[in-house]
Structures are given as C-alpha cells and as structure tokens.
Design a protein around this ligand. Sequence first.
Ligand SMILES: [Zn+2]
Length: 477
Amino acid sequence: MKKLLLSIILLCCLPTLYARNHDSYPSYESYIQYMQEISETHKDICRLDTIGFSVNGRLLLCLKISSSPNGEINKPKFFYSAAMHGNELTGAIMLLRLIDSLVTNPDNTVNLPHFPVVYICPFANPDGTWVGGNNKPYAAVRYNANYVDLNRNYPDIRNGRNTDGENRQVETEAFIEYQMKEKFNLSCNLHTGSEVFNYPWDSYISERNKHADDDWFKTLGNDFITELNDESGKYFTDVSSNGIVEGGDWYVIHGSRQDWSTYFAHCREVTLEVSMDYIVPENTLDNYWHKLKNSLFVFFDYCNLGFNGIITDSITSKTLADVKVEMEQYDKDSSQVFSNDYGYYFRPILDGTYSVTFSKDGYYSKTYNINVTNSLEEQNVELVPINTSDNEIKNTTNISYKIYPTIAENEITIQIFGNCPQHLTYTITDMEGIVKITGRVKSCTEKINIGQLSAGSYILRLNNNNYPLSIEKFIKK
Ligand SMILES: [Zn+2]
C-alpha cells in the first residue's frame, strides 16, 4: 500500500509526458524523458546511447533502432541527426516522429531482413536549443554554449586541422568519437534556413573537385525529392530548381560535419535543409511530417544498393577489421570504405560492374569483379596472410633456397640460388606422414603441382642426398 501511494505521488510530481504526436517543441527534460521512455518501452529493438555531454553538461543522446539493438549485426548502419545548429528545430521534430514511426510497427520496418541499423540523434546541440533554460526552446540559438558554430568546428578535409580559429568543442569531440566507433555507412544531418538536399563536398565547388560518388549522391537526391509529398511543387526549390545542390556550389564552407564524415569516417553524409524558417510554427509541424516522411525513408532504401560482405583471415577464419575496399579507376579523395570491427563492410554504389580490391597490411590483396543490379550484392572475402617465412632465404650446407608460398592452391615453388645441385629431391606428406608427391629438383626454380591434393596441411621435405635439408609446412587451399 505504501509502495502504491509512493508511485501515485511520484506520478503526480513527474512533468507531463511529452506528447507522442510531437506537434510541439519539447522542454529539455521532456525530450530526455521521451528518449528514455521509448528505449525502455521498446527495448527489444532500441538501445539508448549517450554520445557525450554538451559544454553545460546536457546529454547528447542517440537512439539505436535495430532488430538486434544490443549486438552487432552485419547490416549497413545509418545515422540521422538534427539541430546541430541549436535553433534549427524542424528536423529534430521530424526525427522524433521518425522514431515513433519506426518503433510502432517494427515487423514492417526495423525487423525486415534488409532494413539497416538506424541511429537517431534528434538534438545534437542542446545548449544552443535550450540556451534560455530547459523550458520550451523559443530562445534557441545557432551556437553551442561557447558561441561556436559546430558545423565549422570539424577537422578540415584539406589539412586535418580546425580552420575556424576555435578549439575543438566537446560536442564535436563526442560526435567524432561516436562516429569513429560506430563506423556508420550513410548519414544525414537535418538543418533549417533553406529547403535543399546538399551533398559533398562543402569544401569544393563541383567544377574543381567532385566526390567520386557524385552520381550516386545526385541519384539519391533526385529520389529523395521525388518522394516528397508536396502538392504545391514549391517545397525544396529555394536554392535550386531540382532541389539538390553540391555543397560548395551553394557556398563553400570548411570544417563541416558533412565533409568530415564523408572524408575521415568513410561515410556518405548529406545535409538536408528542411524548412525556410529556423523554428516553424508548431501547428505546421504535422504538415512538414506529411511532406517529408516518405523521403526520409529513401535513405534506408539506399542501404540496399551496392555490395557488402564479411572479410576473414583464410587460416584462422577470424573476421578482419580495417580492410580497405577500393574500386579501381573510381575511388579518390578517401572515398574507399573499410571493414568495421566485425569484419563487415558495405559499399553503397549505383548499378554497374566494378573491379574491387580488398587489401590490408600483412595479407595478399584480392580483386573481384562485382556486378550490382538494383541489389545489395554479397561478396565475402577471405584474405590470405603473408607469412614472413615466405620471403626468407635459407642457407643450409651452402645451399641457399626458398620455398613458397606457405599457402597455395595449385603450385609450390622451390627456388635454389647459386649453383643448382643435381641431387636434391623432395617429398610431400600429409600430416599423418603418408607420402603424396615425390620428385627430383630438376631446375633452380622447381614448380611442384599440388592441384590434386585435397585442402589441408602438408609437410614438404627438401632432401640433399637423402638427408633432410629442410622441412616446411604449407597449406593447400
Ligand atoms: Zn544549420
């Protein structure tokens, strides 16, 4: 009874729950409460992350929405954020509504096999949004508490340094760390003040330097515009008639998050300006959601276009992180992607056939031709480690030789340096000692065909007058 009474008192004292229809701007507390409540209520598909803290100690929150929120699954990762300029609030409300729509019927979205893992941070600069106190954010400003524009505060893609004359802000540091840890594949940052789909680079005009994926960005942008629910035909036309613009072609800026994410985090980030007014009247929020909703889902479709897979070590079968996935005659300016900590990679790309090289220090590179036709192709890759003994030249009883490779599919080579003795023989046995191949070394570069061996480990003995000169283990793939 006492307990019940306490619950009733607590309930009465709690601030009113933030309206779930998101038709008004929230107080800071009701926003935090909403994020906690939604992650609790839907913990089967949600995990609430703290990206970090603002200058004034407010929470930078991100809701991960996934069919497996507490584990890693091998799917593309998409990151939405808004209100990095604290007074640009339309996008934040759109993201709150997006959260509701994703958690409401997960079997139609989040739990579908091809739906990406989605991360949503509605308020990226809470000190700017709630600068006048934690109540409704009508006094919101663009800057953080140190009066720094966070969208100029990232390392510049031309030199890796901050070019805004400011220290790197705690918000910037927190986002950098979070993005580097999560290794998002695609991301979108919502702003207001215009209505346009803006894509990299912000630092260059397109005439000077186009992103390698310029066509991909444009196609995504056109699909985004097509999906807008706008009867007037005027939405997203104030900057360009087709609604999309390369960042620098609009106006060049340095230190933007779009460029940093795209260059340094090997992500593909776009900036969406979703309303002319920084803070639109609350009674128009529903209308903005009506116009934008379908378009916000277009980004998820693009997580299903390209190729992806798992990269492993061919000997240990362990997954390999940081393997570079590079498209020949295509990638430039850091547009290559890398496998994440779980060996998973995703390369978004339009339809076509691409020559793709997978490489990592300590491994032989592999190149594949990959054909993408309106699909997410799977290309798993096993990389063969370079055994340092491959390159070791051995010298025994004045005979210098090298046996390579230690992992082979068709052929093992015995190379003799200097005078080639006539009496060398070799024997290949399996691990139980059963002889599989024998022969005489007839030339200084003796190639032994091992194509008929079944996959597994073998011992090659090089004999000098029937004395073993060398015993080498190798693996037949
Ligand atoms: Zn902005």
